[in-house]
Design a protein around this ligand. Structure first.
Ligand SMILES: CC(C)(COP(=O)(O)OP(=O)(O)OC[C@H]1O[C@@H](n2cnc3c(N)ncnc32)[C@H](O)[C@@H]1OP(=O)(O)O)[C@@H](O)C(=O)NCCC(=O)NCCS
Length: 168
């Protein structure tokens, strides 16, 4: 099941964010950076609480739920890119590492598209690390395509990223 997140989910969102980065990016980011994330649970929980308590008609945090357990999330809202107008963005999407490749991401991504459409967007964008071949394959099979825009994300070291877009 997919539902909107509530402030009660904040700590779980922080946990999933941290453990999913540590599992999925072990070959992409410095070990020191990833290990350091374990100490950030409290700060990240507060950050999620802040986002969850901010009223915004266009921002949304969706969670995938298996029984009682939140197994993943997607965070969406208006694109922050200066060259994109009226485009919705998938800011982040992470699953608990024990749930990869079981269809949860596809369910979430479908709900993301519906949610962005409901918010009035007809196009969506996202940024993904250039070397994150797993996520790129996931987005591409769902109809997303690289639009040629690239950037460097500063995560202790500069990490190249590519932008994808998709008509909703
Ligand atoms: C990327 C992610 C959200 C995908 O969700 P998921 O539930 O694992 O993906 P699904 O099971 O719905 O996969 C659907 C299809 O996408 C493709 N796909 C998904 N993961 C893939 C992988 N690791 N390698 C290649 N193709 C993949 C496949 O075509 C898959 O269909 P199949 O399993 O029948 O072959 C999830 O794996 C995740 O959280 N990964 C780590 C974090 C991350 O990279 N997030 C994206 C940041 S931009």
């Amino acid at each position: 099941m997919i539902r909107q997140a509530t402030s009660l989910d904040a700590a779980r969102l922080a946990d999933i964010h941290i453990t999913s980065w540590q599992a999925a990016y072990a070959d992409l980011l410095p070990a020191e950076f990833l290990d350091g994330m374990s100490a950030e649970r409290e700060r990240r929980t507060e950050q999620w609480q802040g986002w969850l308590s901010t009223d915004s008609s266009q921002r949304s945090i969706l969670v995938a739920v298996d029984g009682e357990e939140v197994v993943g999330f997607a965070h969406t809202g208006p694109s922050g890119d200066k060259d994109l107008n009226e485009v919705g963005e998938l800011y982040a999407m992470y699953l608990d590492p024990s749930r990869y490749r079981q269809g949860w991401g596809s369910q979430l991504l479908e709900a993301v598209s519906e949610d962005l459409r409901r918010s009035g967007f007809t196009t969506a964008s996202l940024w993904v690390m250039t070397d994150n071949t797993n996520a790129r394959a996931f987005y591409e099979q769902a109809g997303w395509a690289a639009d040629g825009k690239v950037t460097e994300m500063c995560l202790g070291v500069d990490i190249p990223a590519v932008r994808y877009q998709r008509a909703l």
